[in-house]
Design a protein around this ligand. Structure first.
Ligand SMILES: O=C(O)CCC(=O)C(=O)O
Length: 271
């Protein structure tokens, strides 16, 4: 397997920004793909392949719009286009520079996040993925423009330099996920206003989350993938199998322990 062609796309300044602040925003990387992704996933939502994705109708949803438009988990396991974007050279090249190693893909997700949807409380991804001895990196592709009104992302710069923290219960009126970590003293959350096609890369320890979608009529769709690198040797079982750039499977051990926070999150499912 050759990995020589991956990487060498980021400037030293971009790499420094990622290493110090924990995130890097690449503007316009998929500007020409956003409309295609939007249409593709709206069709997948409408087709709703029952063994993979189960939205409910308005009457069954009890008024929770996220039950009508749940996030789609691991679409690369049943949808070729998802797999091709998960392994897209533009993303893998940037990741090779960020990891300083060949990336391997662990997870894909698609969030529809229609108007009225709750946000996702602040968290750190490697609490769930349990990538060791390194950490995971996320590539978050904005499929719509995303800002504070329609449920855009929020990050806590430099929190990547902290340990993964044990979460407490989030406020269920604003977060659709259960876990929340606090912003440590001396750190401040920063909203990330993004345009459709921008890609936000962030470190597995970076504290981040998203706002509720309080807009009247703007979906906030995003295609989100998580990666480890070929230097890593363990990951939570929810994310196996992992894939190399050429689509072949990457052998990796399973994390058995949730570390100091216990193991509930290993039992209950991917984040
Ligand atoms: O897209 C969102 O609303 C939040 C996504 C997120 O926090 C994640 O994928 O870890």
């Amino acid at each position: 397997m050759t990995t020589a062609k991956l990487g060498n796309v980021l400037s030293p300044e971009q790499k420094k920004q990622f290493d110090q602040e924990g995130y890097l925003l690449l503007r316009g990387l998929f500007a020409e793909d956003a409309a295609r992704l939007r249409e593709h996933f709206m069709k997948l939502h409408a087709d709703a392949p029952a063994q993979y994705y189960r939205p409910v109708g308005p009457e069954e949803s009890g008024g929770d719009i996220l039950k009508q438009y749940p996030r789609m988990m691991h679409p690369h396991r049943f949808d070729e286009l998802s797999k091709s974007y998960m392994l897209h050279p533009k993303v893998l090249n940037a990741l090779a520079d960020l990891f300083d190693a060949a990336p391997v893909a662990a997870q894909s997700m698609f969030y529809f996040k229609p108007p009225g949807a709750k946000g996702q409380a602040l968290h750190q991804d490697n609490f769930y993925l349990l990538v060791e001895p390194g950490t995971c990196i996320a590539a978050w592709v904005a499929v719509d423009d995303a800002d504070r009104d329609n449920g855009g992302m929020v990050v806590v710069p430099k929190s990547n330099q902290l340990e993964v923290q044990c979460p407490h219960e989030a406020d269920p009126s604003v977060s659709f996920t259960r876990d929340e970590v606090d912003v440590p003293p001396g750190y401040s959350p920063v909203p990330m206003d993004m345009k459709a096609g921008d890609v936000l890369f962030f470190n597995g320890s970076l504290i981040h989350g998203s706002y509720p979608n309080t807009s009247d009529d703007r979906f906030r769709r995003a295609f989100i993938c998580h990666y480890a690198s070929e230097k890593d040797i363990r990951i939570s079982h929810w994310y196996k199998p992992l894939y190399r750039h050429d689509g072949s499977e990457f052998e990796i051990e399973m994390s058995e322990s949730g570390g100091p926070c216990g193991s509930e999150h290993i039992v209950t499912g991917p984040h």
